[in-house]
Design a protein around this ligand. Sequence first.
Ligand code: ATP
Length: 235
Amino acid sequence: MLQLEKVSLHYGGFKALHEVSLHANDGELVVLLGANGAGKSSIFLTASGLLKAAGGRIRLRGQDVAGAKPSRLVEEGLVLCPEGRKLFPGMSVLKNLMLGAYVHRRDRKGNAKLLDEVFDMFPILREKKDDAAGSLSGGQQQMVAIGRALMGRPKALLLDEPSLGLAPLVVKQVLEVIQRINRAGTTVLLAEQNAYAALQIAHRAYVLEGGRIVMEGSRDELLNNDAVRRAYIGA
Ligand code: ATP
């Protein structure tokens, strides 16, 4: 579904990604582990066309999309749910959600049906649809961010630290929702600081250090790896 092949990224003279290769197969839930500053967001921003790679290839369903505009990538089914949610706090929940459907704005009927599905997934958002997004709790705002991404009709969903700053119980709920989205057929690439909880729902995972992939494996391989346990799980 999504493949990065030797992707490099520079911020001026600083090399943030060094020939990163990773992929997510159709229907997979793939987790990206790494400390702060390892380069997780850089991978997402590059894959979704918001930053331009200094080298390498990015393929979406086999098609080379390096250099493609972000809006085209959304049309092709690659949708980013960014770190820090990036909602418009003064706008209503409904308007924030509908922004996710911008590239499909002509399909009003399709969007209405999808909005209903998002509200079924997050009933609290139906209740609060006219409230300012900024007035919601952190967990509810994350639901808006995920709902907005779903309104973009992702085939591949990139989730950058969706549980950041949330209480443990809410983290669990967010990860359950992500697993449900994946089981319904959406390919997911998920960056998470909560390594143990994220690996529970993953099929495979990569470990990123200093802008390089240093390890990859199945969920069980990573969960049972001593170095991963020491560095990311603390057990
Ligand atoms: P975090 O979880 O803290 O967001 P991350 O794994 O997502 O970390 P990135 O945000 O991708 O990491 O950052 C990778 C590296 O690139 C870091 O060293 C960071 O300081 C640097 N970096 C990120 N954005 C910029 C920028 N706009 N200009 C210069 N350096 C940057």
